[in-house]
Design a protein around this ligand. Structure first.
Ligand SMILES: *[C@@H]1O[C@H](CO)[C@@H](O)[C@H](O)[C@H]1NC(C)=O
Ligand SMILES: *[C@@H]1O[C@H](CO)[C@@H](O)[C@H](O)[C@H]1NC(C)=O
Ligand SMILES: *[C@@H]1O[C@H](CO)[C@@H](O)[C@H](O)[C@H]1NC(C)=O
Ligand SMILES: *[C@@H]1O[C@H](CO)[C@@H](O)[C@H](O)[C@H]1NC(C)=O
Length: 965
């Protein structure tokens, strides 16, 4: 980077003159050497001084300082930091006393003082002492200590002793703590590198950065990557007119980046990767710009790529990834004739790729995945003979893949999944022998692909043809099919039989055969593929396993997905390495295999839901439970009690044993599950009191106790705080809870009172689980039972229906401003509907039916504009129904069984003819259809696989059932 700036004094790494009186040197030798030096440095300003070289240049002081410095650190060979690292100081003093000859040391040719110390990659280990003898080398101009290990000690403040320093490089040297303000006194600094130290930070960052910009005016290179700056970059940075290289990766920068910094005339590289909260826009670039590298990724930068980008004639690399850039790719981009790397991935670019891209003759990679680009495959790319990588995935490209794609003879990677390409995979593709990766998944490529054609691609490692009809029948076991896949995805390829050729794929690491129509048994040779780690066989019609059903030694399968097949009988777990076991929605019977307990690695996800497992939950699961994140045993025939096995389940996020025949109590050890977000024991025979002991679980968001034999109070008498600080969904319905709820009962239900999750991006409960795997739940909403395939963290519900709770509905209900669903039906509540309910502005579904509520419906409830579904039937309510449109839209049945209820609006809703006392809810078929449709619409965003692009809907309707229960 800065090679040029050192020419002034890096005369020669080991120049032989400074201690020459210690060596026998003839005068001819001296003359000879002088000649060389004069030749080498004839342009140097020091030339005139060589005439006065005297024989006493050696400074014993400097030598002693270096020898002292050597003793300050241990030598520890690092694993892999620099390829070239070796202990430079080890030889010091051994090879004579001429310290100017020592490794890494350079002296001033005139004074014999040490001016350059390059101890980068020197295996130094141990704390950097604040009084290190280093600080006595007062003539030092360049110090490089990069890639050593100073054992997380702080940067000594004494660096300000070395006032002549022009280069200071402490990169990757395990320093920690605050960067001393004294560094800013080094006004001669030309290059400052404090990058990759992981735990450096600065005090009063705004002031520090302003001083830096003001004091270090000569800086040409500044690298503070991975320094925790946590502040804005002040506009003063644009005053650093000497700056050529600026790198601020992962500095937790915030605020608006001053775009004038991009316009510093000599700036060649600017790298701002991974500053998620850094906002900014690209400026209007000037013609004289020197920029070669422009890198912004994982940021909040937005706006367009300006047309003036075409002024950056020297640009070699343009990386604008994972930010909020938008607009079209400007055609002026085609003027960047030196550009070799172009990455615009994961932004909001739209429109067509301009044909001027075809002028970028130096282009090596063209990466635009995850934008909204349209048009045909940009065939101008085929002119770019240096291209090694094309990534067009997750855009809206249409049309055919170009038949002459084979022209790109250097292409190593073609990634075009998730577009609308149609037709055939061009056969010329199979002639590009350099291809390593081909990924064409999920397009509309409908022409059958014969997998045998890939045989010619000897380098091919990654092949994803998901969604394209594939034939494997031409690959016979004795054919010379020689591709050696590492990662093969043939999901949804209309494959009906297990392809035999896979048997010989010795390097296969990941195999996805999901969503085909494969019948029969899983072949046992699969388990002898020793590199196979991930195996997805989900969504086929497989019915069993060949072979002995014994774990295969050497099998390394860690992700096994068998979901949604026709598997019968006992489950087979082929390896002791399985950490993700997904086997839901089959017909597995027998007991949960104990082999899960003796796994080599602790399981992370176990999903055996929707099968017919019986017996009890094996207690031994608790032995190695510390990595378990999800245990889903829903809808089996499990009996016995839930083992008290959660003592070490610190990572458990979701535990679902609903719809079994479990008895006993909620195990006490669940209180140790500090990560638990979801606990679902619905529809069992659990006979316990309310699990108040779990109320300290800081992350619990969903608690479903529905349809068990829970009893006792929902309120701890004397207990002041309900707890459950994150609880958003509580379903205690259809149990035997009784007693009253005090009027302040809903005080401190923090997660339902205020919406902290204001993020516009949707998050799912349990969303941190891997493999696109989410927590799902069946809940009642608007009198309809719904399966939510994923639960949005903004969804909130309280369902206490079907118990024996009496007394008043707590007035404090009005505090729950973010509550969406409230169901208190089928209890024995008395008194009035609390008027405070009008404060619950998020309320969408309210069921108070079948209680003994009296008085009138508070008219203010008529203002609840979100309230789409109301049921107050079968109470003793009186008076007029509120005027609001939401109330008038309801079915008659919502109000029936309240003889005292009247009002013009009730007549408006039901008409004269409808008898208000009717027992059976009447709803016209049309109305029902309409409701279904609107709920389907709300659920649309939640089709499996769709992750972004929804705002309101949060449910997928699975079962529709009118009425309560
Ligand atoms: C640095 O200070 C420590 C005591 O704090 C002392 O033992 C050591 O000798 C000093 N080193 C130098 C190089 O002065
Ligand atoms: C710091 O030193 C390392 C190792 O020698 C080098 O790779 C890096 O480029 C240097 N930093 C600067 C800003 O020159
Ligand atoms: C960075 O520094 C800020 C402010 O000093 C601090 O709040 C934050 O926790 C630090 N971040 C990391 C990852 O250390
Ligand atoms: C619950 O268990 C208790 C004994 O612990 C028993 O007396 C009671 O009958 C059980 N309740 C139900 C509904 O089974």
């Amino acid at each position: 980077m800065l090679g040029e700036r050192n020419t002034e004094h890096s005369y020669k790494k080991r120049h032989p003159l400074s201690c020459w009186h210690e060596k026998a040197m003839s005068s001819t030798m001296i003359f000879f050497l002088r000649t060389i030096v004069l030749l080498l440095f004839s342009t140097s300003k020091f030339v005139s001084n060589f005439a006065s070289l005297t024989p006493d240049l050696c400074h014993p002081d400097e030598r002693d300082v270096l020898l002292q410095l050597k003793t300050e650190f241990k030598i520890l060979k690092p694993n892999d930091d620099c390829i070239t690292s070796y202990p430079k100081t080890e030889s010091w003093g051994n090879s004579g006393t001429d310290y100017c000859n020592w490794d890494g040391v350079t002296c001033d040719i005139k004074s014999g003082m040490v001016i350059v110390l390059d101890l980068s990659c020197s295996c130094l280990y141990g704390p950097f002492k604040s009084n290190s003898s280093l600080f006595r080398l007062k003539h030092l101009r360049s110090l490089n200590l990069a890639y050593n290990n100073f054992n997380l000690s702080p940067i000594p403040a004494k660096f300000n002793n070395l006032i002549l320093l022009e280069t200071l490089n402490l990169s990757s040297s395990s320093l920690k703590g605050l960067i001393p303000r004294e560094i800013l006194q080094l006004t001669n600094l030309v290059s400052l590198d404090l990058s990759f130290c992981d735990s450096l930070s600065i005090e009063n960052p705004p002031l520090f950065l302003r001083l830096l910009a003001q004091n270090l005016r000569n800086l040409r290179a500044l690298d503070m990557s991975f320094v925790n700056i946590s502040s804005e970059i002040p506009h003063e940075f644009s005053y650093m007119r000497s700056l050529r290289y600026l790198s601020l990766r992962s500095c937790y920068l915030v605020g608006e980046f001053p775009s004038s910094v991009f316009l510093i005339p000599n700036l060649q590289s600017i790298i701002l990767y991974s500053n998620l909260n850094l906002r900014g826009e690209l400026p209007v670039f000037q013609r004289n710009s020197s920029l070669q590298v422009l890198g912004i990724s994982v940021s909040s930068f937005s706006g367009i790529i300006p047309e003036s980008i075409g002024n950056l004639k020297h640009l070699v690399s343009l990386t604008l990834e994972i930010s909020n850039f938008s607009g079209r790719i400007p055609s002026s981009l085609g003027e960047l004739s030196n550009l070799s790397t172009l990455s615009l991935s994961r932004n909001h670019f739209r429109g067509e790729v301009p044909s001027s891209i075809g002028n970028l003759k130096q282009l090596i990679s063209f990466d635009v995945p995850s934008n909204q680009l349209t048009g045909k495959f940009p065939s101008v790319l085929l002119n770019l003979t240096k291209l090694r990588g094309i990534d067009l995935s997750a855009n809206q490209f249409t049309g055919f893949l170009p038949p002459n794609i084979g022209q790109l003879s250097k292409l190593e990677s073609l990634v075009a999944d998730d577009n609308y390409f149609t037709g055939a995979v061009p056969s010329s593709l199979y002639q590009i022998s350099s291809l390593i990766t081909i990924s064409l998944a999920r397009n509309q490529l409908s022409d059958l692909v014969d997998l045998n054609v890939f045989s010619s691609l000897k380098q091919l490692v990654i092949l994803d043809l998901s969604g394209i009809p594939v034939s494997t029948s031409n690959i016979t076991s004795d054919s010379d099919f020689s591709s050696n896949f590492g990662d093969l995805s043939l999901s949804g390829c209309n494959i009906t039989e297990f392809p035999e050729f896979i048997r010989n794929q010795r390097n296969l690491n990941s195999l996805d055969m999901s969503k085909n129509s494969i019948k029969g048994h899983v072949p046992d040779w699969l388990w002898s593929l020793q590199e196979l780690h991930n195996l997805d066989l989900s969504h086929n019609s497989l019915s069993g396993f060949d072979g002995s059903l014994k774990a295969v030694s050497g099998s390394k399968i860690s992700m096994l997905d068998l979901r949604s097949n026709d598997f019968q009988g006992k489950i087979f777990i082929p390896s002791t390495s399985v950490t993700f076991l997904l086997a839901s929605s089959n017909n597995f019977t027998g007991e949960i295999p104990l082999s899960l307990c003796s796994a080599q690695f602790s399981p992370t996800i176990i999903d055996l839901s929707n099968n017919n497992f019986h017996g009890s939950i094996p207690r031994c699961l608790g032995v190695d439970i510390s990595f378990l994140e999800d245990l889903n045993l829903r809808n089996n025939s499990l009996t016995g009690s839930i083992p008290d096995m959660f003592k070490h389940a610190y990572e458990l996020i979701s535990f679902d044993v609903s719809h079994n025949r479990l008895e006993g109590k909620i195990p006490l050890s669940l209180t140790n599950c500090s990560a638990l977000e979801v606990l679902n024991v619905q529809s069992n025979k659990i006979n316990d009191t309310f699990p108040f002991q779990l109320s300290s679980l800081q992350k619990l968001q969903v608690l479903v106790l529905r349809s068990n034999k829970f009893h006792g109070m929902l309120y701890q008498s004397g207990g002041a705080w309900f707890g459950f600080p994150q609880l958003k969904i509580i379903d205690a319905s259809h149990n035997d809870f009784f007693g009253t709820l005090p009027s302040d009962y809903f005080l401190n239900w923090t997660a339902v009172s205020s919406n902290e999750d204001k993020d516009t991006q949707a998050h799912y409960i349990g969303g941190s689980l891997g493999y696109g795997y989410y927590t799902s739940l069946v809940l009642m909403n608007k009198g309809v039972s719904m399966e939510m395939e994923r639960i949005l963290t903004i969804y909130t519900a309280i369902d206490f229906s079907g118990n024996r709770i009496h007394g008043q509905v707590p007035e404090s209900i009005g505090l729950l401003k973010e509550l969406h669903v409230l169901n208190l039906s089928r209890n024995a509540f008395t008194g009035h509907i609390p008027p405070s309910l009008a404060n619950v502005t998020a309320l969408e579904s309210l069921d108070l039916s079948q209680n003994k509520l009296s008085g009138e419906i508070p008219p203010s409830l008529g203002d609840l504009s979100s309230l789409a579904w109301i049921n107050v039937s079968h109470n003793q309510l009186q008076g007029s129904i509120p005027q609001g449109t939401q109330f008038q839209r309801q079915n008659c049945s919502s109000y029936e069984g309240n003889p005292g209820l009247y009002g013009p609006s009730l007549k408006d809703i039901c008409g004269e003819s409808t008898p208000p006392e009717s027992e059976v809810p009447v709803s016209s078929e049309e109305e029902e259809k309409e409701e279904t449709l609107s709920w389907m619409a709300a659920g649309l965003g939640f089709a499996p696989g769709v992750v972004l692009g929804f705002s309101i809907g949060y449910v997928v309707v699975r079962n529709k059932k009118r009425g309560t229960r």
